[in-house]
Design a protein around this ligand. Structure first.
Ligand SMILES: [Zn+2]
Length: 449
């Protein structure tokens, strides 16, 4: 018989999310055996204690990089890849309720981590708890892996894959339904160049964000301002300060944004003479597909175009650098793609250095595993949409046969990393139904059809 989810289970799940949100698990200074700080370590200890309580065997990495909890028996290891770290709350005053206190209003639960990724992790955990409580017999070991560095450099999973057992298959509840079967290659490059005694800049931010607004103080502000206006770029000037606008989006969708840093540089390049600025304007400009560098569009029929985001530019007296984030099609090789990039950087007398690289994933969407996951989602929602590909990166790419699967419903807005991050209670309920049935069908004797 299919598992039944009680109202009590549903409210307990919400309570677990709320308890986890209380830990301000933002990357902080390392302590002994807590490489990402105390709050992240406390959240990890808390969730492992909960797993122990519901009957799972738990293990915490002695260096504190990750933990996992396991239930069931069998050769195969079905992994659920979660993460407990969150991005900073930014301006806490702009939140309607405090970011690290979960509050329910208007049918949503609000708080940092409710959508990314504490909420989805707890829902998946309650799906397993439902099966454990109702006495099903497992055909696989189900292992929840709790990462702690997903929002930064994935040092948690890099250590996990070095020393722990990989998944036979698994899901990552850190995205949207239906599921993501391909994720582009992700490359971060830092271009280094000379400093300047004329021009000082420090604008933009994290690699994964297309800058939406930048303000800079410039010695020749009036000239730059006029150069911007003459190119039709929206800007404000106050004294020596110039503010330039764009549209901020995630780097994975750089072609849907408008890069404010590049808009500013278009004006600066007309007034100042700096090789890094000139390189960026000439070779990238307002084109997130970077056709000038690659001599055409780099794309495939699975994941579409390569996109490039100039996330940050720094120029001071001693050095200059630009931070680039590239999302690259799964079917084109890394070597093929990076050569023209590094060649163009070198030709400009600058130096390109790889800062981070994550390989792509591309899983057969006709496999039995994927079809079962899809079928469960479709049965519960009636939504027949096809699995998707993404420029984003989830832990799915750290292990074989793993795919991002929920927990957000595709028609709801994405609030991760934003002020007033939340998850709707109806989304939570539906995701709990879906995860419970997916685990039932994929990991229990009773669920096999
Ligand atoms: Zn996440």
């Amino acid at each position: 018989m299919k598992p039944i989810i009680s109202e009590e289970t549903r409210s307990d799940c919400i309570e677990l999310i709320a308890n986890l949100v209380k830990f301000p698990s933002v990357n902080q200074e390392a302590l002994d055996n807590a490489p990402f700080g105390k709050a992240i370590d406390d959240a990890l200890t808390y969730i492992l204690a909960f797993c122990e309580e519901i009957g799972m065997k738990t293990y915490k990495d002695h260096m504190g990089y990750y933990g996992f909890a396991e239930y069931g028996r069998g050769e195969d290891l079905f992994v659920v890849l979660c993460h407990l770290d969150v991005v900073p709350a930014d301006d806490e005053k702009k939140w309607t309720s405090p970011p690290f206190k979960a509050v329910i209003r208007d049918g949503n639960i609000y708080g940092r981590g409710t959508a990314d990724d504490k909420g989805p992790s707890c829902i998946a955990l309650y799906a397993l708890k439902t099966l454990i409580d109702q006495g099903y017999t497992f055909t696989k070991r189900v292992r929840f892996v709790f990462g702690t560095d997903e929002e930064s450099l994935w040092r948690d999973m890099k250590r996990y894959v070095e020393i722990e057992e990989p998944a036979t298959m698994g899901i990552v509840p850190d995205s949207s339904f239906p599921l993501t079967y391909a994720e582009k290659k992700l490359l971060n490059v830092i271009i280094k160049g000379p400093g300047s005694d004329q021009l000082a800049l420090d604008c933009g931010g994290a690699f994964n964000v297309v800058p939406g607004e930048v303000t800079s103080s410039l010695t020749q502000a009036e000239e730059v301002y006029q150069a911007l206006l003459s190119q039709g770029i929206t800007a404000d000037k106050s004294g020596n300060e110039i503010t330039v606008y764009g549209k901020s989006v995630h780097s994975a969708k750089a072609d849907k944004g408008d890069n404010a840093v590049m808009n500013l540089l278009a004006g600066i390049d007309k007034v100042y003479d700096h090789p890094l600025v000139h390189y960026l304007v000439e070779n990238i400009g307002h084109d997130p597909l970077a056709v000038a560098i690659f001599k055409g569009q780099m794309k495939d029929d699975v994941t579409g175009n390569l996109t490039l985001n100039v996330a940050k530019v720094i120029i001071n007296e001693s050095y200059s650098e630009a931070h680039l984030d590239l999302r690259m099609p799964v079917k084109l090789t890394k070597d093929f793609l990076v050569k023209p990039l590094y060649d163009s950087i070198e030709r400009a007398g600058l130096v390109g250095e790889e800062y981070d690289y994550l390989d792509s994933i591309y899983i057969d969407k006709d496999s039995d595993f994927i079809q079962k996951l899809l079928d469960v989602y479709r049965n519960h929602t009636g939504d027949m949409s096809e699995p998707v590909t993404s420029g984003g990166a989830t832990f799915a790419r750290t292990m074989p046969n793993c795919v991002a699967y929920g927990a957000k419903l595709p028609d709801l807005p994405s609030t991760e990393h934003q002020i007033d991050e939340h998850m709707s209670l109806s989304n939570i309920n539906l995701a709990l139904d879906i995860y419970t049935e997916a685990l039932y069908r994929l990991t229990t004797v009773e669920g096999i059809d």
